[in-house]
Design a protein. Structure first.
Length: 307
């Protein structure tokens, strides 16, 4: 990508795949500034149908997005579907407390504004998964009995939360931020059609620190069917992760962001083997960055040429 006359353009875009473990990578999509060529088919090769006159309407358009909508380009379509299926959470408790129009919805939105609709869907079509989610929620939020999604006369949904000691539920807008956020995480991470990529920013917000180890385990389990990236400032969440699962972000002397795997930072594996936890090592400044009271320079990698 580059900029021309103040507007972004796609200078060069290409896709290639290796047809065998020993073969040379074959480039089946090659577009420069909106013009180029593409080879169609499930297993594109030199002898397949070739379109040498791919022309987009503008050089700022992404060829993968344009060609990925046609059935004759299944590999391009697969990449397009993967990228458009990313779930980057922008969940806010204020959105979850709204009263949306009634109608079951299978998947949680990025803001959580359809939380009541997803509960309605599970009540009507997947009671077993709803019961499983409630069982987990009850273990983490004392006295919670269940969450109800009820349609009002004006066609909107009313989300209610019932505590075990009381006969009547309370409106979700009066419940704690942590309860709604934990419920949202459970709906997302236990979705049978989990997104191919999930991004969560600071999952520790509004949650009790002792709930974070279990949430970290659920994130790890969800990553078996998805790629999951979480950013955190919580040592309690970090304590539940392995050094090879953690990348530490820092800015170099030129101001650019960099990342290094925690297991590659000098001394960290030895500390872990001696019983130290990642959260404590981070709070003690052992990572070499990510701490306002520690020098922000690049950490020292472990071993020659690693980092």
């Amino acid at each position: 990508m580059d900029e021309r006359k103040g507007q972004p353009i796609i200078v060069e875009e290409w896709l290639q795949w290796r047809r065998s473990s020993q073969g040379k990578p074959f480039r089946f999509l090659d577009v420069r500034e909106g013009k180029g060529r593409a080879v169609s088919g499930e297993f594109p090769d030199e002898g397949d149908n070739r379109d040498n006159n791919v022309t987009l309407n503008s050089p700022d358009l992404v060829a993968v997005n344009a060609l990925g909508q046609f059935s004759e380009d299944p590999r391009v379509a697969a990449l397009r579907d993967f990228i458009t299926g990313w779930y980057v959470s922008y969940f806010t408790v204020d959105e979850a407390r709204t009263q949306p129009e009634a109608g079951p919805q299978e998947h949680l939105s990025r803001t959580g504004d359809n939380l009541a609709n997803v509960i309605q869907y599970l009540q009507e079509r997947d009671e077993d998964r709803l019961k499983m989610i409630f069982d987990i929620l009850r273990r983490r939020v004392p006295r919670i009995e269940k969450v109800l999604s009820e349609q009002m006369p004006d066609g909107r949904l009313l989300l209610q939360i019932k505590d075990a000691p009381f006969s009547n539920p309370i409106l979700a807008r009066f419940s704690s931020d942590g309860t709604l956020k934990m419920l949202a995480y459970l709906l997302l991470l236990h979705d049978p059609a989990i997104p191919p990529f999930i991004g969560i920013e600071e999952p520790e917000n509004f949650l009790h620190p002792r709930l974070l180890p279990e949430l970290a385990e659920e994130c790890r389990a969800a990553s078996e069917g998805s790629q999951l990236l979480a950013t955190t400032h919580s040592p309690f969440f970090l304590d539940s992760l392995k050094a090879e699962e953690v990348c530490v972000m820092y800015r170099d002397d030129d101001g650019f962001a960099n990342a290094m795997r925690a297991s590659n930072i000098e001394g960290i594996p030895q500390f872990i083997e001696s019983g130290a936890s990642l959260g404590n090592l981070w709070m003690e400044g052992r990572f070499g960055m990510g701490d306002p009271f520690v020098n922000q320079g690049a950490p020292r990698p472990r071993g020659k040429g690693r980092g």
